[in-house]
Design a binder for this molecule. Structure first.
Ligand SMILES: NC(=O)c1ccc[n+]([C@@H]2O[C@H](COP(=O)([O-])OP(=O)(O)OC[C@H]3O[C@@H](n4cnc5c(N)ncnc54)[C@H](O)[C@@H]3O)[C@@H](O)[C@H]2O)c1
Length: 258
């Protein structure tokens, strides 16, 4: 069990389709203790999903944009566990007018909201909880390849480019304390967040055609396995990395058969 005795904080579970739900499930099967976070009106959905884990998990309050929530979360983790060994950041949000073909017209307030919730929040979460990782630890975030422009992804794509950079700067600044920071760059998966992007289906159709290994948009388990690997000591010398879990899509420029 590669995560035996690890204390993991997992954000971003909203339904059992969430990538983070599958990560929590696999992490528990690998021996980890897991706490989830949620906030506001979706909290009841998270609590329902939490009951469906192999070991029902408690849900702590976290709106990642609220300083007070971050402080209270750190205090709560300190009281419960005395520390934390791993964190999954599985958080993203962009207002409707910043995605789905609205790149040129998006108002700056919407762009800033996408940046704060989807990119700056990795620093906010890491900054609040790194002091609890006294013996070192692992922080993992979720990326969608930001090295190119995509249809419909718009300002979320720009936010992901920022997230990639934020993770490298965090790797730089937290490395001396033994804290590793990495991203998993996932292929498209049919979650609440993804289906909220108008035109998501276009990406979802393209992916299985081009990925050398094929790709199942209904199966987040390969992404969850990679998250567990990065949270484990097997990845102890890996930091500032972006691990593509996308069926090999990123490595080829066009589908083998047109
Ligand atoms: N689904 C995909 O195709 C795909 C592909 C690559 C990367 N990702 C990334 O995976 C991560 C998880 O998304 P998902 O696809 O599992 O969707 P999801 O909708 O299940 O999860 C998104 C989560 O973000 C949380 N969130 C939004 N705003 C928040 C805030 N202010 N504070 C705290 N939490 C907040 C939501 O509550 C939700 O739990 C995101 O970073 C997403 O960009 C998804």
């Amino acid at each position: 069990m590669i995560l035996a005795d690890k204390r993991l904080l997992i954000t971003g579970v909203i339904t059992k389709d969430s990538i983070a739900f599958h990560a929590a499930e696999q992490a528990q099967r690998e021996g980890a203790s897991v706490l989830l976070t949620s906030f506001g009106r979706v909290r009841r959905m998270t609590e329902r999903a939490a009951q469906r884990l192999p070991e029902p998990a408690d849900v702590l309050e976290l709106d990642v944009n609220k300083e007070g929530d971050l402080t209270a979360l750190a205090a709560s983790l300190g009281e419960r566990w005395g520390g934390v060994d791993g964190i999954l950041h599985a958080i993203a949000f962009a207002p409707e007018d910043a995605i789905g073909g609205n790149f040129m017209s998006a108002p700056v307030d919407s762009v800033l909201q996408a940046f704060q919730t989807s990119a700056f929040s990795l620093k906010a979460l890491a900054g609040a909880l790194a002091p609890l990782m006294e013996g070192g630890g692992s922080i993992v975030g979720l990326d969608f390849d930001a090295s190119v422009a995509w249809p419909v992804y718009d300002w979320m794509g720009v936010a992901k480019a920022a997230l990639e950079s934020v993770s490298r700067y965090l790797a730089r600044d937290l490395g001396p304390s033994g804290v590793r920071v990495n991203l998993v760059s996932a292929g498209p998966l049919g979650t609440v967040a993804a289906r909220g992007i108008p035109g998501f289906d276009r990406l979802a159709t393209l992916w299985p055609q081009q990925a050398p290994l094929g790709w199942d948009i209904e199966d987040p388990s390969p992404v969850a396995s990679a998250i567990c690997f990065l949270l484990s000591d097997y990845a102890r010398a890996i930091s500032g990395e972006i691990l593509h879990v996308d069926g090999g899509f990123h490595a080829v420029g066009a589908p083998a058969e047109l």
